[in-house]
Every structure is written in C-alpha cells, then in structure tokens.
Write a protein that binds this ligand. Structure first.
Ligand SMILES: Cc1cc2nc3c(=O)[nH]c(=O)nc-3n(C[C@H](O)[C@H](O)[C@H](O)COP(=O)(O)OP(=O)(O)OC[C@H]3O[C@@H](n4cnc5c(N)ncnc54)[C@H](O)[C@@H]3O)c2cc1C
Ligand code: FES
Length: 271
C-alpha cells in the first residue's frame, strides 16, 4: 500500500551540519514502510525543482501515523525542505522500491550493516527491525562512516539500540581514522566475518558501495547494496535511474526505483 498526498510537517529539526530530520504525518508510510524503502518528496517554488527527490525512510511511528527522513541540504529541493515549519505540507509518494532482505534465519548469522553519510537512515531502520525481531544485539554489527565527524549520521540512534557499533571518519575526527572498508578488513583479519554465517548490507555513495561489494566478493560474503541513483519520477516510467546489471543472458539494465533501490551486489556492473 502507498500514499500520494500532501503530508503535514510534524517537526523539522537540524541534527548536524547541513542535516535535518523531518517528521511527516502519513499513516500509510508509517505503517507500511520497510527497511530500504524510500519516499519521493516534492516541494516547489514556482516550477523549481520540476521533479521530486527520493529519501529513505529513517524512523516510523505507526501508533501516531508519523515517519521521518534525514536529509542533507544539497540543492534546490533540500533547501526548500529546510525552510518547512510544523503545520506546512510536503507532497509525498511512497513507500516505494524494495527492501533489504534478511535471508538467513534470524539469530544464526552476523548482520553487518555498512553506512556512508546519509546512507545510514535505512540501515538504522533495518537494525531496529533486527533487534525487534529478537536478533541478539552482538550479532548486529554497524560500521558507520563519513568524511568528518559532523557528517556522521544516526550514530546516537545506533548506539541507543545497543548494537556492535563502529564509527569511522576519513580525517579521524571521530572514531577510527580511515574508511568503512578498513574496518571490514580488520574484522576479517581477526576472523570476525565468517563466510557462510555473515550477511552484508550497504548504503552510501557509489564509490563506497563498489568498494564494499568488491570486499564482499573477495571474502565470499553475500552483500546487498542500496543504489544512490538520480530518480526523476520514482515510479518506473522515465528510465532515468538505470542500473547496469549482469543477468544469465548477459548485460541488462534495471530501474533502481522499482527493481531496487536494493540490489544483490554480485549482479551490479560497476562503472
Ligand atoms: C533511494 C534513494 C534514497 C535516498 N535517501 C536519501 C536520504 O535519506 N537523505 C538524503 O539526504 N539524501 C538521500 N538521497 C539522495 C537525494 O535524493 C539527493 O541528494 C537529492 O537530489 C537532493 O535534492 P536537491 O534538489 O536538494 O539537490 P539536487 O539539486 O538534486 O542536487 C544537488 C547536487 O547533488 C548531486 N546529487 C544529487 N543526487 C545525488 C546522488 N544520489 N548522489 C550523488 N550526488 C547527487 C547533484 O549532482 C548536484 O550536484 C537518496 C537517493 C536515493 C536514490
Ligand atoms: S526514476 Fe523514473 S524510471 Fe526510475
């Protein structure tokens, strides 16, 4: 089930440098959104921007019919979004796309969630779901990375869940210094990522996803990636979100908005 409607802004607060969490009232999204799914949001000043933009669902509050997303102010739409106040409205279509699949029986595998920047919100929703479904907290490993400490997203929310949490920044301003793949390499060298008992889920910038996918392939770990493509329509119509994939018949293209955004990392052909 999905909505396509104006949703009232419940709150819109700054959570870090250029980052806001906006809470919107939509009982449909609040009840039906799954980890990895997104909403297409439209806010316009005149005709700009013409198209909506995709944002991953971060938190849901089904009892009061609200959900939230975390957004980084980048361009026209997010600048307009940052000006929204309680009681204003935003046009929302969603929830859209597929979700991260938890394939192995809960409790028997290590779930390794790898986040980069604003890729963290859908992985928070997944971590919360795993914990709520009874997966022991020490079997949920979160590697949360960003360029700098002020660009690290959801760190305190992951910490509240009590999962095994790593913070990593490229400049070393918080947590370990380096990239998320450095943490994965360390875990692997210590025998903490056993092949066959490990599932990797990743969301973040394309270069990070490619590096994580290649690491997973090298170490024979199943891996799902949430692709960050442009999505003009979000509904499977415009083909503006094509992802190159490997199929049994050769190379093909899939639409990230309806076939994804979550893909098996092994099927993606990296540019
Ligand atoms: C499935 C999905 C989920 C997403 N979830 C979130 C989220 O939870 N929070 C969040 O902040 N953003 C998220 N994004 C990215 C967000 O949709 C874009 O950043 C959006 O374009 C911002 O709109 P804007 O009008 O402010 O900026 P725009 O004017 O669209 O873009 C500003 C600048 O950012 C660049 N840019 C835009 N989109 C991307 C991208 N995907 N990757 C790299 N560079 C880009 C543009 O080239 C331009 O230079 C998600 C994207 C996808 C595909
Ligand atoms: S965004 Fe238009 S087809 Fe995917």
């Amino acid at each position: 089930m999905r909505c396509a409607e104006y949703c009232e802004v419940v709150a819109n607060r700054q959570v870090a440098t250029s980052q806001f969490e906006i809470q919107l009232h939509s009982p449909v999204v609040a009840r039906h959104a799954q980890p990895g799914q997104f909403v297409q949001m439209r806010v316009q000043s005149g005709y700009e921007p013409l198209f909506g933009r995709p944002f991953s669902v971060f938190r849901t509050f089904p009892e009061r019919g609200d959900f939230s997303v975390i957004y980084l102010v980048r361009g026209t739409l997010t600048q307009l979004l940052a000006q929204k106040r309680r009681g204003d409205t935003v046009f929302v279509v969603g929830p859209l796309g597929n979700r991260f699949l938890v394939r192995q029986p809960a409790g028997e595998v290590l779930h390794v969630l790898v986040a980069g920047g604003v890729g963290a919100p859908p992985l928070y929703l997944l971590a919360e779901e795993l914990v709520q479904k009874g997966v022991p907290r020490q079997q949920v490993v979160v590697v949360n990375g960003a360029r700098r400490h002020d660009l690290l997203v959801c760190q305190e929310h992951f910490a509240e869940l009590g999962v095994h949490l790593w913070a990593v920044t490229e400049d070393g301003s918080l947590g370990e210094k380096g990239k998320v793949t450095d943490i994965l390499k360390g875990l692997s060298q210590r025998g903490e990522l056993p092949s066959g008992r490990c599932q990797v889920y990743a969301c973040g910038p394309s270069a990070m996803l490619e590096a994580v996918a290649k690491f997973a392939q090298k170490h024979d770990l199943p891996c799902q990636v949430s692709m960050e493509t442009m999505m003009p329509c979000g509904l499977g119509v415009c083909l503006g979100c094509a992802v190159k994939v490997r199929t049994s018949n050769g190379i093909d293209y899939k639409r990230a908005c309806v076939d994804g955004p979550v893909f098996d990392a092994a099927e993606v052909v990296w540019a």
